[in-house]
Design a protein around this ligand. Structure first.
Ligand SMILES: NC(=O)c1ccc[n+]([C@@H]2O[C@H](COP(=O)([O-])OP(=O)(O)OC[C@H]3O[C@@H](n4cnc5c(N)ncnc54)[C@H](O)[C@@H]3O)[C@@H](O)[C@H]2O)c1
Length: 328
């Protein structure tokens, strides 16, 4: 298939683009390099630099690349904390950018769409692990913006016959030998812990150790980025057969912040000092995904469920690329 990957110069998008190329698909990457890196784009993909906020650029993209079979939409503002400070950057811009994309998709008869959605829809879960029937309580304007886009997709299916999958990821992590996580600012636990191992930070701060969890620190579900990428490919390939779908995507196991730090100590051999800070407002104690639905319907299986393997893959990349892609 000919697949348009928005945000394909970013962390998850570039690794998915590389997996798509490997699976024999033709890939077009569209990215404005706000957080992306040209070096992350697979050389076999066509790279178009452009901004989804610019309707003309999006129109030109589709005009220059006729016959797109499906879209994977990764491009987004992604920071929960920032969205609490600048809500319209999320509630307006994430929505408008997706709308610009969808408008042209329909105009050019593209009928398959995969959305990077988020576990930030589940701020107050009633059951654990969290399945797709859980009530939606967005935890931030970021999460709400993803829910807005999910609702647009619902209407575009009814009105235009678009088939879509919303993939609600929990914590993406891990790297491949060629591509890795390089955000500025970095907010994710594993790369931050590894920056301590690289002596780029003096310590890691643990936000709260008095949660109702076995060691008092927050428990989260970590899913390897290659497993996420594979889920996208399976979901895209199954759309014609199964119709629109929503899947929660995690590896089904929770690890506490202290377990992550201890695993990093084992893998890197570095003492990685940590300090306990106050809780962050709005951080739920435990977030673990049930991925039973995607396992049953698509036969998806995580290849890297072990935290040790995830950490090793991330450490290999960060050790080889201590300054990321070096583009900033
Ligand atoms: N990383 C996670 O743990 C996680 C969890 C849940 C959901 N997600 C979602 O997955 C997607 C990818 O996340 P990521 O961690 O790879 O983020 P990322 O920032 O590394 O990648 C996003 C890419 O989109 C590009 N982009 C942003 N705005 C754009 C625009 N207006 N036009 C064109 N390109 C634009 C950026 O330059 C970047 O390359 C995002 O939609 C995010 O919300 C990520």
């Amino acid at each position: 298939m000919k697949i348009l990957v928005t945000g394909g110069a970013g962390y998850i998008g570039s690794i998915t683009a590389a997996e798509l190329v490997q699976a024999g698909h033709e890939v077009i990457v569209f990215d404005n390099l706000y957080q992306g890196h040209t070096a992350a784009v697979p050389p076999e993909a066509t790279f178009v630099e452009g901004d989804l906020a610019d309707p003309r650029a999006v129109q030109q993209l589709f005009a220059a690349h006729p016959g797109i079979d499906g879209i994977m939409h990764f491009a987004s503002y992604t920071l929960v904390g920032e969205s609490m400070q600048q809500p319209l950057k999320y509630l307006r811009d994430n929505l408008v950018n997706a709308a610009n994309l969808l408008e042209q998709a329909i105009a050019h008869d593209v009928r398959r769409f995969i959305l990077s959605s988020t576990a930030n829809l589940f701020d107050d879960p009633e059951r654990m692990p969290i399945d797709e029937a859980e009530r939606i309580v967005p935890g931030s304007p970021y999460g709400e913006s993803k829910f807005f886009i999910e609702r647009v997709l619902h209407w575009f299916e009814r009105l235009y016959g678009l088939r879509y999958a919303c993939l609600r990821y929990f914590n993406a992590c891990g790297d491949t030998p060629d591509r890795g996580e390089d955000h500025d600012p970095e907010t994710h636990l594993i790369p931050l812990v590894l920056q301590v191992a690289l002596d780029q930070r003096p310590h890691i701060t643990v936000f709260g150790d008095d949660y109702p969890t076995p060691d008092g620190t927050c428990v989260r579900d970590y899913i390897h980025v290659v497993d996420l990428a594979q889920a996208h490919i399976l979901a895209m390939e199954a759309l014609d057969r199964l119709g629109s779908r929503t899947y929660n995507l995690g590896n089904g196991e929770g690890f506490s912040v202290l377990e992550v730090i201890q695993t990093a100590r084992r893998v890197t051999g570095h003492p990685i000092p940590h300090v306990i800070g106050p809780r962050r407002p709005g951080d739920p104690a435990v977030l673990i995904a049930s991925s039973e639905t995607i396992r049953c319907e698509l036969g998806w299986q995580p290849r890297y469920p072990s935290l040790e393997d995830i950490m090793r893959s991330a450490w290999d990349w960060h050790r080889q690329h201590p300054h990321g892609y070096g583009g900033r």
